[in-house]
Each structure stands twice: as structure tokens, then as C-alpha cells.
Design a protein around this ligand. Structure first.
Ligand code: UDP
Length: 436
């Protein structure tokens, strides 16, 4: 069910158990469950393939770990393939990612042709993706559309905001994109010109039942975190400002450290003795993570109130528990396709201060489900953090609305339903759209 795209399909990734959709009933209600079953009923046995570039780390892998088993539980033959590549390939595709998000980086013709195109060719030649509906995620495997053999309909699923992509890289990708049958973006505003295929909107989502996202009491969270907090000598009774993401230039962790150092200078706040915890990991398809971690670590210097953690043990349990006990979550990326960490923190009922960019602004309704700031508005960030820390009842007010906003829009059940509708559309199968 989960394989690397080796020619022989030999390398297997561990199988995940199929997930029974009925398990979500308490969270989304029986009506939603019935809708899903109805749509899936007409697609029983149909094949839905997903192709991406990593099984671990980052939002796409995180979502596929739930989407695939849920779809399988609904009777769809859903699979997940991952391309195999050398580190050099990921260096080039990371550059793609950065350039698409507006950074001024350069690449050579050799990088494009020898690495990007050839890696796609090598992974996909001589094999067929035998599926009725294939979803190819992000730029890394985008070129597979011409080098591979997709037997059914294929859509490119872009998880990043391409609206300001550099023309050169965009013009290189567009001919590939236009070879798909359709394109999915998280938001219509993220689509740069030149796409001639139908564009659909499907926002990303979180799975509320995973160990990370399951809602927990403070006591449960503290017990989960016991070892981690002890190891780093973190006192959970102090107010916690939390940030979680890959160590990456666009995640703007440098500004988070600056904001916190400024915040501590405030007399009312210094009495509360808050701490900042920055947690990050490095995805296998992200070669720049370690460098950025070292940079942030250096910036913190010997500030004993700031904890920078990398690749924490029991990642999922600990991340979810930290999000649940945090007093404020801060995520101020300069560019952000969606920002699953924002959804995750909101689902734990923790107020989020997020930057007014990309998918973050789909999630945060200012002063209702969190607070929106511009990525470098240090003073405003300070004011909001101070306001939340000095008024603990705000956690309840913002947290309640945040949970409901996620429930109604950003749960994985919603995402699977949208894909099944799209699949029905492409396969010419009627679906009860009036009930959607
Ligand atoms: N994540 C994690 N451990 C970390 C850092 C991040 O498990 O140390 C997870 C995080 O909880 C989220 C995903 O990685 O599920 C990151 O997704 P997001 O959309 O926020 O960012 P991306 O990495 O895709 O740009």
C-alpha cells in the first residue's frame, strides 16, 4: 500500500492500518459520516494513488498518513508512492520551493535537466501508476506526468502559494502542470497565471484522532510531557509561548526569538516569567533544516528562558501535548501554503498569533479564532502575546471559536470528502452534490 517508486516496486514502507470512518462520529456527527459513506459507496474498489517525495516530515506526509487509511477504510483502493532520489535532487527541489515562494535563488540548467528531470524520468519510466485517480503532490514529482504512465485521471496538488512565483521557474513548471487533467490548490489566490486546466480548491486538514491531535486535558498532556520537560529542565507552570515548525527561512523563527526577547523587557510580563519553546524537525526532503537550526540556536545565545528543540523524541505525542498546554502559539511565516501547525494548535484550543499570509489567513479570523499580524510586526505581536498572557480567559474565548472553525473546515474527513467528489467527477460517477 505504501511503496517507494522503485522500478520493481520492491521497497515497502510499513503498512498503516485502515481507518474506520465511524470512529469520527463523535467529532463530526452522524450526518457527515453518512454523506461520506454515500459518496464512497459509488466509488468502491476504485483506485486512488498519491505520489509525493517523502514519507516523513512536513505537512503532506502528515496528511497522507491519515488520508490513505481513511480512504481505504471507506472501500477505496488508495495507495501512496514516494519517489526515490539523491540528496542533490532535494537541494534542487528545495530551491524550486524557495524560488516559487519568492526567494531570489538561482539554479543551473544541469540542476534542472540532470537532477530534476532525470530523477523524475528514472523514477517513473517503465512503470505504470495503475489508478483511476492519481494525485501528484507538489513540484518534486510534478514532471512525472510526462515521464510516467498514469493509467487514469491525474491531478497536480500544489500545497504552496505560487502567486508570486518567479517567472523562470513557473514557466518551466507550467507545461508539466498543463499535462494534468486538473490542478488542486489550497486557495484560488495561490494560482499564478498560465494554468489552462480546471483548478479546484481543497484546503489541507488535520486528523483529530491521531496521537498528536487528539484533544487532551492539561493533566494528560503534562503526563505525556514528563520526560521531555525534565530532560530540558522546562517548568510547565510558567506561561508558555510555543512555536512548532521545520527550521526554515520562511518560518521566520528569527523574528519569533526577537519578539520574545523584546516581550521579556515588559515589566508586567517579566513578572510572569514566560518561556519560549521553539520545536522543529528536519524533513528528509529538506536539506536546509540543520543550518537554520544552528542559526536560531546561535541567536538565542545563553537566554535561559528560550528552549530550542530539534527532532524531539515521541514527536507526535509531545507536539500535541505541548500545543495543548501552551498559553500562546506563534506562527509568523513569511510565506505559508497552509500551515498545518496553526490548525493543530487551534484544535487544541490554544490562541494562535499568525501572520497574515497564505493559508494562515484562511484559518485565523482576527480577534475571533486568533490574531493576525504581518510577519515582521514585532510590536503588534508583543501586544497580542501580552494581552493573552495577562488575560487567561482569552484562551477560552479564542480557543472555543478556533476549535469550531477547524471542525467545520479543516478536518481530514472534510478533505477526503472533497477528494471523493472530485474523483466521482473525473470518473463520471453521479454524486449527491445537493447534499454536500
Ligand atoms: N511537525 C512535527 N514536528 C516538528 C515540527 C513539525 O511533527 O518538530 C509537524 C507539524 O506538527 C505539522 C507538520 O510537521 O503537522 C508541518 O506542516 P506545516 O503545514 O505546518 O508546514 P510544512 O512543513 O508543510 O511547510
Amino acid at each position: 500500500m505504501y511503496s517507494h517508486l522503485s522500478e520493481q516496486y520492491k521497497i515497502k514502507f510499513g503498512n498503516l492500518e485502515d481507518i474506520d470512518i465511524n470512529g469520527y462520529q463523535e467529532i463530526i456527527g452522524s450526518k457527515e459520516i453518512e454523506k461520506l459513506k454515500k459518496i464512497a459507496g459509488k466509488l468502491e474498489g476504485k483506485r486512488w494513488a498519491n505520489v509525493n517525495s517523502t514519507f516523513e516530515g512536513g505537512g503532506v506526509a502528515e496528511m497522507l498518513k491519515s488520508i490513505v487509511p481513511i480512504a481505504r477504510g471507506l472501500g477505496i483502493d488508495c495507495t501512496w508512492y514516494c519517489i526515490e532520489a539523491t540528496d542533490d535532487f532535494y537541494i534542487v527541489t528545495k530551491k524550486f520551493h524557495n524560488i516559487i515562494q519568492g526567494l531570489d535563488q538561482h539554479f543551473t540548467l544541469e540542476e534542472l535537466l540532470d537532477l530534476y528531470v532525470n530523477t523524475n524520468r528514472r523514477n517513473f519510466e517503465n512503470i505504470s501508476i495503475n489508478a483511476d485517480y492519481s494525485v501528484v503532490h507538489d513540484p518534486q514529482p510534478c514532471a512525472s506526468v510526462v515521464h510516467g504512465n498514469y493509467t487514469g485521471k491525474k491531478v497536480w496538488r500544489c500545497h504552496i502559494d505560487t502567486s508570486e512565483a518567479n517567472d523562470l521557474i513557473w514557466n518551466f513548471l507550467v507545461p508539466y502542470i498543463n499535462n494534468y487533467d486538473g490542478v488542486i490548490f489550497s486557495h484560488p489566490e495561490f494560482v499564478k497565471t498560465g494554468v489552462r486546466k480546471p483548478v479546484f480548491q481543497i484546503p489541507p486538514s488535520i486528523d483529530p484522532l491521531t496521537v498528536k491531535n487528539r484533544q487532551k486535558t492539561r493533566e494528560e498532556s503534562l503526563s505525556i510531557l514528563y520526560e521531555l520537560l525534565n530532560e530540558h529542565n522546562i517548568d510547565p507552570e510558567r506561561p508558555i509561548v510555543l512555536a512548532v515548525s521545520r527550521y526554515d527561512i520562511h518560518k521566520n523563527q528569527e523574528t519569533i526569538v526577537k519578539v520574545f526577547k523584546e516581550l521579556k523587557k515588559d515589566r508586567d510580563i517579566s513578572k510572569l516569567k514566560p518561556i519560549l519553546i521553539i520545536v522543529g524537525n528536519s524533513a528528509t526532503d529538506d536539506p536546509e533544516g540543520m543550518e537554520m537550526f544552528k542559526k536560531i540556536y546561535g541567536q538565542v545565545e545563553d537566554d535561559k528562558d528560550i528552549f530550542t528543540l530539534l527532532n524531539i523524541p515521541n514527536n507526535d505525542e509531545n507536539i500535541g501535548a505541548l500545543m495543548s498546554i501552551a498559553d500562546v502559539f506563534i506562527h509568523i511565516s513569511t510565506k505559508e501554503g497552509f500551515g498545518l501547525v496553526v490548525t493543530e494548535a487551534m484544535w487544541q484550543g490554544t490562541p494562535v498569533i499568525g501572520s497574515n499570509v497564505g493559508g494562515i489567513r484562511l484559518q485565523i479570523i482576527n480577534d475571533k479564532t486568533g490574531y493576525l499580524v504581518e510577519p515582521f510586526e514585532i510590536d503588534k505581536m508583543k501586544t497580542y502575546i501580552k494581552h493573552i498572557l495577562l488575560n487567561p480567559e482569552e484562551k477560552e474565548r479564542l480557543g472555543y471559536s478556533a476549535i469550531e472553525h477547524v471542525r467545520n473546515n479543516f478536518l481530514v474527513t472534510n478533505l477526503v470528502r472533497r477528494h471523493l467528489v472530485l474523483m466521482s467527477f473525473y470518473l463520471g460517477i453521479d454524486y449527491p452534490c445537493f447534499e454536500l
